[in-house]
Design a protein around this ligand. Structure first.
Ligand code: GLC
Length: 783
């Protein structure tokens, strides 16, 4: 980041140019195999190699002793029982599964990973694994001319990260957020490389400050950490979707969120009183604008003390919550980690008396300043503390609350370093270490404590958790919003690659503050942003203190009508979105995808930042600049039907598309389907009628889709209470053939059939459902 004034580029400004001296791992001296681990002892350290599946290999290098292979904060999986062919010759060792071949050179230790076709995916040559005296560990990998990089969690800038250098160190950045602002709130030390249409991934499971450098050299990229081990996994792909499945096999997948959490969320820093919240809810209902959640920011608390309500501002929170629930609206309160230092405050008393707070090695509690003033911080690295914190959430669940918003959990502290003193000692479940090592997992572990506590308290209902900070695997506990953006068009633009890369990093449920958090929004920006928000996985409008209000009605009827239409569309698309969230929960695939995920052979998609896909067949191309009513839209292979006009466009071409303020261009691929429901009312959000829209093709294309439904709010789906329909549509010149290939689960929804609507059906085409020719205009699937 640049300094504050031009002094930052003063000609005489001293440069730090101390030569960086790396020590190479050196030659292999000996090797052995125990259970599932190959160990290579080298001159300057040891390397463990483990196969987590046919397609995933883990490399762990420790320069000081035996590699530690059981310390991950996030990988709960153990290596699978993989069949490995070994070939140990004089100079080279090869280890081969059915999907990857590892070639290890002995002198010095160098490693090459090849895919099942013998193509090199990750390789080292004159440089490989190395470390420095100060404890830093690094690995250099060959970078190919046509490598493109994605993932890295929450980063600003464009989709393709080639030419960038990123740091992972969870940081509270209020301003600025621009393409060079790094790091931000989340650390996901993982990336996917796309090379000539094939993909592979690397997950560097190191919680210290890490750096990924795809910028400094033209033929090498590197990743390094300030301490710890060089501990990374290579995932062989070969398709982008395979990489995601492999990465989430290791770090886990998001449980199916409650349906209400997929609806529209209204937030503001802050709705300050019970009366204000009631009024807000009333307006939504009166104007028939859908809303599922109202967030309570820090003003609901008594002096920002977590697990309290301010009795004057919120005299009867339980009643408020119950009344709102009657209206179909839930309350999600904010909970920050900082516990106010106040000897008369029970949570602080308990924290001190039960020894729950982070401490220095000498035994003093660490204090830092956040919203409540001087505060102590629970040590979430300890199971006892996580349990205590989780149990405290009974305060909220007893009032009927089912969702929590975790903020400031980097942890943010109002001091120069913006966070906790790195020398604070964490208990780390019996293996104490410093904040320097565990900083990046503090928020993630707070998420675990919160999610598990809420799950326990809610007795069978699904909790919803929103978090700002996290680490790889955060998806198991939380959805993520992208922090304090601003009401700038540039931030709307930047949010698309950011959310897409989060999706490629295993976190499917994410979104920015719609409308922009800081700075004043305006009618046009808010309207365009709401259109996009209706299709991003997480949809929350949030704004800061002292900015103009940005609820959907704030800018007059014309804009309100458009925003209302799009928020309602969110609900109409819910059956489709919910099915995609189900898919995310079983395979790790994101709901919102960059086009490259579906079209990895198409170079035009490699850095396409201003369009995205919902699932595998819908392209959304929003307007992202003021006063624009025409935009270029690139459509990949296939034929595409514009959702609102029905116009058909050829793929592999760029089209100029017209979109007045009330329109956002959406394209559905011909030969595919979209499931739709209906908007009823805030009180009753369960669609009574479900419709399957088939966009008829005619060139023999086959499309498969899994439609999923359940009660939307409990874990009963784990006991078979769900409905899964595996659907196939074949588009032929003379017929559209629809088949339910498979129906699973015991859940019976209120609707008993699904209406089928064929769009673009030709006179020459019949509609055949489950082998029977259907009567015109009365197409249905019975369930
Ligand atoms: C932080 C959060 C923001 C919240 C504010 C007050 O800035 O990122 O969303 O409104 O704190 O709690």
């Amino acid at each position: 980041m640049l300094g504050d004034t031009s002094f930052a580029i003063h000609p005489g400004k001293e440069k730090q140019s101390a030569a960086v001296v790396y020590r190479d791992i050196g030659n292999i001296i000996s090797n052995k195999k125990t259970d599932d681990t190959y160990l290579f002892v080298c001159v300057n350290g040891s390397v463990a190699v483990q196969f987590y599946s046919d397609s995933i290999v883990r490399i762990t290098m420790n320069q000081k002793g035996d590699p530690k292979i059981d310390q991950s904060q996030t990988v709960m999986k153990k290596p699978d029982n993989v069949a490995i062919t070994e070939d140990f010759s004089k100079d080279i060792y090869t280890l081969k599964t059915s999907k990857i071949k590892l070639v290890i050179y002995k002198a010095p230790f160098r490693l090459i990973v090849k895919d099942e076709n013998g193509q090199i995916i990750v390789s080292e040559s004159d440089r490989g694994m190395a470390f420095r005296e100060n404890g830093e560990v690094t690995v250099f990998k060959k970078m190919h001319e046509n490598d493109h990089f994605y993932g890295f969690g929450e980063k600003s800038g464009f989709l393709d990260k080639r030419g960038e250098k990123y740091e992972m160190w969870n940081t509270d950045v209020y301003a600025p957020h621009n393409p060079e602002t790094d790091p931000l709130y989340e650390s996901i030390p993982y990336f996917m490389t796309l090379r000539a249409g094939k993909a592979h991934g690397v997950f560097f499971d190191n919680t210290f400050r890490t750096v990924f450098d795809m910028k400094s050299e033209s033929d090498y990229y590197s990743f390094s950490a300030e301490g710890g081990q060089m501990d990374y996994y290579v995932m062989a792909g070969p398709e982008p979707k395979d990489v995601l499945e492999q990465y989430t096999h290791l770090t886990g997948r998001m449980p199916i969120p409650p349906k209400w959490a997929l609806g529209y969320h209204q937030s503001r820093y802050s709705y300050e009183t019970e009366a204000e919240v009631r009024e807000l809810a009333k307006i939504f209902v009166e104007r028939d604008i859908p809303v599922d959640v109202i967030h309570l920011d820090i003003h609901y608390m008594n002096g920002y003390r977590v697990f309290t309500f301010d009795k004057e501002r919120f005299p009867n929170p339980k009643k408020l919550i119950a009344d709102l629930k009657e209206m179909g609206i839930r309350i999600v309160p904010i909970v920050d980690p900082g516990v106010k230092k106040d000897s008369e405050y029970t949570i602080y008393q308990e924290g001190v008396n039960q020894d729950q707070f982070c401490k220095y090695i000498e035994g003093e509690t660490y204090f830092g300043e956040v919203w409540p003033g001087i505060s102590a911080f629970p040590d979430f690295t300890d199971e006892k503390v996580r349990k205590w914190w989780g149990e405290k959430h009974a305060f909220y669940t007893d009032m009927g609350i089912e969702g929590i918003w975790n903020d400031m959990n980097e942890p943010a502290v109002f001091n120069e370093s913006k966070t906790m003193d790195v020398s604070v000692m964490h208990r780390n479940d019996g293996n104490p270490t410093t904040h320097r090592e565990l900083h990046n997992v503090y928020g993630y572990l707070m998420g675990q404590a919160t999610y598990e506590g809420m799950k326990e308290q809610l007795q069978g209902k699904r909790p919803f958790l929103l978090t700002r900070a996290g680490y790889a695997g955060v998806q198991r506990y939380a959805s993520v919003w992208t922090g304090d953006n601003r009401s700038f068009w540039e931030h709307l633009q930047m949010s698309l690659p950011m959310v897409m890369n989060l999706g490629l990093s295993g976190v499917p449920f994410t979104g920015p503050d719609v409308g922009g958090f800081a700075h004043d929004t305006n009618a046009e920006l808010l309207t365009r942003w709401m259109q996009v928000g209706a299709f991003t996985p997480y949809f929350r409008n949030h704004s800061a203190l002292d900015t103009v209000n940005q609820e959907p009605w704030q800018f007059g009827e014309k804009y309100e009508a458009i925003m209302k239409k799009y928020i309602q569309m969110r609900y109409e698309w819910m059956p489709q979105l919910y099915s995609l969230f189900y898919q995310a929960s079983i395979s790790g695939l994101p709901v919102m995808r960059p086009l490259l995920m579906e079209f990895p052979e198409d170079e035009k998609t490699y850095n396409l930042n201003d369009q995205f896909m919902i699932g595998d067949n819908v392209v959304v191309a929003p307007i992202l600049a003021p006063a624009i009513t025409d935009r270029a839209v690139y459509l990949p292979k296939g034929e595409w039907v514009e959702f609102s006009t029905g116009e058909v466009y050829d793929g592999e071409k760029t089209h100029l598309i017209h979109a007045e303020l009330e329109d956002m261009p959406i394209f559905v691929k011909k030969g595919t389907t979209v499931m739709q429901g209906e908007w009823i009312s805030n009180k009753d959000k369960v669609a009574k009628n479900i419709q399957m829209n088939i966009y008829a093709g005619d060139s023999g294309e086959t499309y498969r889709f899994t439609y999923y439904d359940d009660d939307g709010e409990t874990f009963d789906y784990e006991n078979d209470s769900y409905m899964e329909l595996d659907i196939e549509v074949v588009s032929k010149t003379d017929a559209i053939e629809l088949k339910v290939l498979n129906q699973k689960g015991n859940f019976s929804p209120t609707y008993k059939e699904i209406d089928v609507n064929v769009i673009g059906l030709k006179k020459t085409q019949k509609v055949i459902i489950d082998g029977k020719i259907s009567r015109e205009n009365n197409y249905k699937i019975s369930i």
